[in-house]
Design a protein around this ligand. Sequence first.
Ligand code: GLN
Length: 521
Amino acid sequence: MAMLSLTIKEASLALREGRISPIELCRKCLNRIKKTQHLNAYITVIEEQALAQAHEAETRLAKGSPKGLLDGIPFAVKDNFSTQNIKTTCGSRMLKDYTPPFNATVVQKLLDQGAVLVGKTNMDEFAMGSGSTDGAFGPVRNPWGYAAPYRENTGLDPDSDWVVTGGSSGGSAAAVASLTSYLALGSDTGGSTRNPGALCGVVALKPTYGLVSRHGLIPLVNSLDVPGIMTRSVGDAAVVLDVLQGVDVKDSTTIQPQSSLAQLPEDFDISTLRVGIPKEYHAPGLSEETLEQWSRVADMFERAGARVEQVSLPHTQHSIVCYYVLCCAEVASNMARFDGLEYGHRSAMDSSTETMYATSRHEGFNDVVRGRILSGNYFLLKQSYEHYFLKAQKVRRLITEDFRHVFNSGVDVLLTPTTLSDSARYSDFTQEDNRTRSQQEDVFTQPANMAGLPAVSVPTALSRRGLPIGLQLIAPARQDKRLLSVAQWIEQRVGFPSISDFETPSEDSERCQKTKREHTI
Ligand code: GLN
């Protein structure tokens, strides 16, 4: 397990120095995936191909000619990124047997570096959700709910009373947190990388919109979607972003790469930094413990000489409402491609073309997706377009202007909570007010998507129950390197533990025998 809890940088060095082998590393990850099956983090595990890739990496490393820093490093990918000849389900019945003929640009870039793909991770259907409880392959369980601090502090039996991961990229967050892969890709449209990242205690980065190609990411909201990066250290997120960034002819929104991203300054000077605390982020439902963490890190900045000041982002409070109008409108048009003809599920009820369309979509999508399609079509009706869609576009512009105003006044970075609280028990999360709670959860993350800004969640502490709490930093567009440098400064000072500090391998294997995968469709 010690090998699995290394950072990418450490593992890469050990691989290049021949202290560990890519095959051994790959086998360990695949074994650990088996041992942590109860988390339901993976939809597809790619064993044979991963071992073949690891063999190739071994040959390159033995010759002293690795492809790059990621050569031989196991990684996982959320199941809404296309992977050539490997199932890409989007967590939905609609695509349960779909195998794309190509790789998403981000997947290809990682493979080109020699990274080893071990699996596709579980998620909310079509990335709509904040819990990873709404996918066709069953909910994902948070590994921290099984770790000693939570068990001892709450006295709960995690097998019957487990904790959610957040979402929608909960499988990716659980994969990185439970040490089954060194990095995982998520997608982030309103917070789907940062939210589960915070709740599972991993670093979760949403880069500047356009810095990383979306080609091959099955769209949710094209104008907001960004591939996200999850790792166990900020330095690792920078290494991965450096590999993924840059112009892609297959995605016209992509922008020029940033220079020397992989190497963050070890001695970043915080004393000249201006850190903004948005007053509107003291939102209803913010837990006392999250607030404590927020103040603690703000104080750390102040003590180190940074200027910490209150700022105002008055329109961000309308972000959620605005998001759901824009999201549903784009979903309504994006989902039109799933008609039972070209891809995905096709109903047997095909007495007429219309019946086939309607029943394929009814059988293929869950009620969250169907609800959004319905709302989106309503918002786009001639008589409602101006009242809903155009108004939401205008509010989006105002939110963007709020950020611009604050950053133009000289503030370098904003410090906020990532989520309202630590993670919820599944039984609480799925109460009837789940949908509302799930939407409220994104209150701190959505505005950065609206404005296309880079944002990162860094784990800062365990709550009194023993579950991770994360804080978010937001920076001006294209300042991803600065954002990560500040994040690393926090990381070096908060001393967030690794899950391996609390776990013994034998506990794992016992649990593995006791629990087996319960969710199949
Ligand atoms: N929770 C939000 C939603 O359900 C955001 C999802 C995301 O970022 N993919 O739409």
